[in-house]
Design a protein around this ligand. Structure first.
Ligand code: ACO
Length: 333
């Protein structure tokens, strides 16, 4: 059965987001490493990013975003049956960050676990929870993308430290009532042959944290930017096209495309290839940089709350990240 004709349709009942207070501008970064506002803006579109406070963890940001999504959905924490946190910067290796979020929210009736799919994690969580709800296993789900990337950034490496930021975004999914919008189609993909292009080499069993490894910055993000760029454009274009076509839509039917917020040049290239005008593409990376799993979730919430689309509109979310991984969703709001 195609997703578009599942017996139980699944809608997004509320969105929320949170970013830390502290702003780190390009000018401030230019004091730390050999870079400039001009280079960063012209190569990426990023002007500033948010940095979590020392004692502010991924679960704290996730919880703030979740509360806002619950409020918009008109639900309380006890209503939630499933919590999935997508993150590559968990509070602890175990238990899952989702368990801390469950505790902080008082969502005592929820099953809670994390998934690790880098920048694609939020849409992986959306597909998993949509299927679990439409199969009848759960009535609803709280999905969250949350990252404290500042904790895994090499602040001496100008090729990566200018790109990343911290934050969290959340959405409440539930069974749709007749006449409500729904998630029409979803797509996920992975190419594990390209793990070397974008990774954090240390901190796992392959390369445990030792004083030497930490000193060599092996617990921080490394990226072959040019290679990643090419794959990002191609994979996101293909994934978006698949969900648009599976939903029975055409590019001109899409009111808003919300892409992963990594680089404005990537976003422009995708809009161009999809033949979607730039004014229908939501961008907020100038304010937050790349917040990995949180990026598309924060963008969805901001687009929702600022009226970038309205009830009944078709929107497309599309993401790309380490793995390599990619995903897309077509949604009738
Ligand atoms: N300031 C000044 N100069 C810099 C900086 C900087 N911050 N960073 C790199 N440079 C220099 C390089 O050293 C290089 O100099 P050289 O020509 O003398 O060797 C020159 O600028 C060009 O560097 P490139 O790496 O070729 O720059 P590029 O135009 O490719 O931009 C970027 C780099 C922004 C990283 C881009 O490749 C990109 O956005 N890639 C994709 C990122 C992405 O989508 N990631 C996916 C998700 S992330 C996740 O999953 C966690």
């Amino acid at each position: 059965m195609s997703e578009a004709t599942s017996a139980i349709e699944v809608c997004i009942a509320g969105t929320g987001s949170y970013v830390p207070e502290k702003i780190l501008t390009n000018a401030e970064l230019a004091v730390l490493v050999d870079t400039s506002d001009e280079w960063i803006v012209s190569r990426t579109g990023i002007k500033e990013r948010r940095i979590a406070a020392e004692g502010e963890f991924t679960s704290h940001m996730a919880t703030h975003a979740a509360r806002r999504a619950l409020e918009q959905a008109g639900m309380v924490a006890e209503d939630i049956e499933l919590i999935i946190v997508a993150t590559i910067t968990p509070d602890t290796p175990t238990p899952a960050t989702a368990c801390y979020v469950q505790q902080a929210l008082g969502a005592n009736n929820a099953v809670a676990f994390d998934i690790s799919a880098a920048c694609s994690g939020f849409l992986y969580a959306m597909k998993i929870s949509k299927r679990l709800i439409s199969d009848g296993a759960f009535k609803n789900a709280l999905i969250i993308g949350a990252e404290k990337l500042s904790a895994v950034t090499n602040w001496d490496d100008r090729t990566t430290c200018v790109l990343f930021g911290d934050g969290a975004g959340a959405a409440v999914l539930r069974r749709a009532e007749p006449g409500e919008g729904s998630i029409l189609a979803t797509e996920m993909g992975t190419d594990g042959n390209l793990t070397h292009l974008l990774n954090i080499p240390g901190g796992g069993t392959a390369c445990p944290i030792t004083a030497k490894n930490a000193n060599d910055h092996l617990q921080t993000l490394t990226m072959m930017g040019k290679e990643v760029f090419k794959h990002a454009v191609n994979r996101m274009k293909e994934a978006a096209e698949k969900v648009i076509s599976r939903a029975g839509l055409h590019p001109e039917d899409i009111a808003c495309v919300i892409p992963h917020q990594a680089n404005l040049r990537i976003i422009d290239a995708i809009a161009d290839r999809l033949a979607v005008p730039n004014e229908r593409v939501f961008v907020n990376l100038d304010k937050y940089g790349n917040t990995s799993a949180a990026a598309v979730a924060i963008a969805l919430d901001e687009a929702n709350r600022t009226g970038a689309f309205k009830r009944g509109d078709n929107i497309v979310l599309v993401v790309f990240g380490a793995g390599l991984t990619w995903a897309a969703a077509a949604i009738r709001w």
